[in-house]
Design a protein. Structure first.
Length: 66
């Protein structure tokens, strides 16, 4: 995991199990940040992927996004 996530946190443990399937050229955004953003959107009650993305965007800066 190249992103800075504490390895003993819940997100760190989950991300240690998930390989990054993107090619080197496709890694514009950190996978950890994207997954965390989608999880936060889901925790706010959104069920659709697009809805999770839209709700989770408000957390992007706090997650270290650019």
């Amino acid at each position: 995991m190249s992103e800075e996530v504490h390895p003993h946190s819940l997100l760190g443990r989950i991300m240690a199990l998930v390989p990054d399937p993107r090619g080197r050229r496709g890694r514009r955004f950190p996978l950890v940040g994207i997954v965390a953003m989608l999880l936060l959107g889901a925790l706010e009650g959104e069920g659709a992927l697009r809805g999770m993305w839209l709700r989770g965007r408000k957390y992007w800066a706090a997650l270290g996004g650019r």
